[in-house]
Design a protein around this ligand. Structure first.
Ligand SMILES: [Zn+2]
Length: 258
């Protein structure tokens, strides 16, 4: 993903605002950054997608990554007590990894909630890493912005958020139905998209699978996490001139065997 980082004065590496793009793109990028930070592989190979840290993270179960993404069901915004609780947890050293990471949907924080984060952003423990996701960084409090580096995700077409192509939707439907034969056929049918469109389709697929995770049971969520990791690995194979047909075949086998 091509991104554009601008560091304002006072910005530090421990806190990053991810702005723009779609909500899914922001969450996926946050997950990738968290995986990169916690991955156990050699520096050049992170995130590897295979180590226990990557697997736990993509499966939604890494103890050192805290999410504050959606308000409780009966609330419109994030109650400030939950932000304070997150802040408190950030002062507890990581259990397993080098970092403790908070992924926060800043769009659901009111000024009080943002202020609750401010003290830990100003004086964070050395292991802490904050990823604040927002549609538009300009609406955040200036005091919060000044404590964070800003990374803008590439803009997306107006309809990109709502639209999933029918080919990708077919794979997702087959996956939901847990129908191996349908998964196989739907994955192989992606070949006809051709090399150029295939990378975008794999993005859509990864985002679609990611959307399924919150509603899934633990085992299925872990399986979906594994599938996303494999999709990302296959995407990098596209850079090496792999035939789209072979790639779709590999995708089919990987998704079915997960
Ligand atoms: Zn890893």
């Amino acid at each position: 993903m091509s991104t554009n980082t601008t560091s304002s004065e006072g910005a530090r590496r421990h806190a990053l605002i991810l702005s723009g793009g779609t909500e899914e793109a922001r969450r996926a990028e946050a997950l990738r950054l968290a995986a990169e930070a916690l991955c156990l592989a050699e520096a050049g190979d992170r995130p590897c997608g295979r180590c226990t840290a990557c697997r736990k993270l993509y499966g939604g179960g890494h103890v050192d990554v805290l999410f504050l993404l959606t308000p409780p069901e009966d609330k419109k915004g994030m109650p400030v007590e939950l932000v304070r609780r997150l802040r408190g947890e950030m002062y507890v050293r990581p259990n397993e990894g080098r970092h403790k990471i908070a992924v926060v949907n800043a769009d659901i924080l009111n000024p009080q909630g943002q202020n609750a984060l401010l003290s830990v952003l100003e004086d964070p423990p050395h292991y802490a890493m904050f990823l604040l996701l927002t549609q538009n960084a300009a609406v955040l409090l200036p005091t919060v912005r000044s404590r964070c580096a800003l990374r803008r995700l590439p803009p997306t077409e107006a309809n990109a958020e709502a639209e999933t192509s029918p080919e990708v939707e077919a794979v997702l439907a087959a996956l939901r139905a847990d129908d191996e034969w349908a998964i196989l056929c739907a994955c192989l049918a992606l070949e006809k998209l051709g090399r150029e469109a295939l990378s975008g389709a794999l993005d859509e697929l990864a985002a679609g699978v990611f959307r399924e995770i919150p509603g899934a049971d633990v085992l299925t969520a872990r399986r979906y996490g594994d599938i996303i990791v494999q999709i990302r690995r296959l995407q990098s194979a596209l850079d090496f001139n792999v035939h789209p047909g072979h790639l779709c075949g590999a995708l089919a086998v990987l998704v079915v065997s997960k």
